[in-house]
Design a protein around this ligand. Structure first.
Ligand SMILES: NC(=O)C1=CN([C@@H]2O[C@H](COP(=O)(O)OP(=O)(O)OC[C@H]3O[C@@H](n4cnc5c(N)ncnc54)[C@H](OP(=O)(O)O)[C@@H]3O)[C@@H](O)[C@H]2O)C=CC1
Ligand SMILES: C[C@H](CCC(=O)O)[C@H]1CC[C@H]2[C@@H]3C(=O)C[C@@H]4C[C@H](O)CC[C@]4(C)[C@H]3CC[C@]12C
Length: 261
């Protein structure tokens, strides 16, 4: 399979790249730090990747986000899976009125995801491919000190859950997997939560990466890791309401008058 992994220089993204390499995938990895990406691709080749390339740059630049997809498509001769995982470094703090910094986080954590998705859709249509979106329990529940991060994760949930339904209505065979994660033992998460969140043991990033890949490969709509967080996501009233809202839509009219881009 030909796969793009974002935020792959460290943490969960790095582990996803290693697992895919063991499965013999063609890989394009991206993040900002070139030196770390070089190490990741050399490890991927040792582990058995069919090919491994890196494209360094910042997802704050939406032109770069689009170029990663087009360049990766050329390098690998197509695309089967897009794994969107990167995030801007997280500062746990009270909202201080700095709107510019929220906009920056939204560009990196949300708009770059949409930009890459839009650039990848034509290639994924050809391969009946998959989009995997790495999100968080902080995109389902409310916690303080991460208003910017949480806003972006809620936005991802709204956008991709709606897109899932549109693809289904238009009979487009591209799967979207939303990955809802609890606390994972990446260096950055452990460091930024130290002294702030206590009495929670983080789950291992290696196992987390496997669950993310499995969810994408099995074309699941949503996965939760660790599985204990499923309970916090259980909302049967919402599911029933969504079903009834969809019944009120005149699907024939919509599909006759509109084309999926
Ligand atoms: N760890 C946790 O507890 C949890 C994590 N998650 C989710 O899992 C995913 C991965 O998290 P985790 O592995 O902990 O994150 P890390 O902080 O370990 O890794 C983040 C990755 O994103 C890259 N990155 C940071 N800024 C930019 C930028 N401006 N442009 C492009 N790439 C960037 C980093 O590389 P570089 O600095 O080189 O650019 C790095 O590769 C995220 O989507 C996160 O929301 C969800 C819930 C819990
Ligand atoms: C405190 C939450 C765990 C609750 C539980 O009972 O398990 C954490 C679950 C997810 C965490 C946030 C997250 O999504 C990842 C970010 C990673 C950063 O590096 C650190 C801060 C996070 C916003 C992190 C904060 C705690 C959680 C909400």
């Amino acid at each position: 399979k030909r796969v793009i992994v974002t935020g792959a220089s460290t943490g969960i993204g790095e582990q996803i790249a290693y697992h895919l390499a063991r499965m013999g995938a063609h890989l394009v990895v991206t993040a900002r730090t070139e030196a770390k990406l070089k190490k990741v691709i050399s490890e991927c080749l040792k582990l058995g990747a069919a090919s491994a390339h890196f494209i360094p740059g910042t997802m704050e630049d939406l032109v770069f986000a689009e170029q990663v997809v087009t360049k990766a498509g050329k390098l690998m001769g197509g695309l089967d899976m897009l794994i969107l995982n990167h995030i801007a470094p997280v500062n746990l703090r009270f909202f201080n009125g700095d709107v510019a910094s929220i906009r920056k986080v939204m560009d990196i954590n949300f708009f770059s995801y949409i930009t890459m998705t839009s650039a990848a859709l034509p290639m994924l249509k050809v391969t009946n491919g998959s989009i995997v979106v790495v999100s968080s329990i902080a995109g389902k529940l409310i916690t303080p000190l991460i208003a910017d991060y949480s806003a972006a994760k809620f936005a991802l949930d709204g956008f991709y859950s709606s897109l899932q339904k549109e693809l289904q209505l238009m009979n487009v065979n591209i799967s979207i997997t939303l990955c809802i994660l609890g606390f994972i033992n990446t260096d950055s998460a452990v460091k930024s939560l130290s002294g702030i969140v206590e009495n929670i043991t983080p789950s291992p990033k290696e196992e987390c990466a496997v669950e993310i890949i499995k969810g994408g490969a099995l074309r699941q709509k949503v996965i939760a890791y660790p599985s204990s967080i499923y309970i916090s996501m259980w909302n049967p009233i919402r599911t029933i309401q969504e079903y009834f809202i969809l019944l009120t839509y005149n699907i024939d009219n919509i599909t006759r008058n509109q084309q999926f881009s």
